[in-house]
Design a protein around this ligand. Structure first.
Ligand SMILES: [Zn+2]
Length: 49
């Protein structure tokens, strides 16, 4: 099972490890969108596959 989020910009971020996943999504938001996402916001967007 993996955690997955598809960003509105079209990028899909996927990781089996929850902590790595949250970090990757936060990093993407910061690098690409200049936005800070809280852990709660990341988890609210995520789905499990
Ligand atoms: Zn994005």
């Amino acid at each position: 099972m993996a955690y997955v989020v598809t960003c509105p910009c079209g990028v899909t971020i996927r990781d089996n490890d929850l902590e790595q996943f949250v970090k990757a999504v936060q990093q993407h938001g910061k690098d690409v969108h200049n936005q800070d996402a809280s852990r709660e916001q990341v988890l609210a967007m995520a789905r499990e596959e």
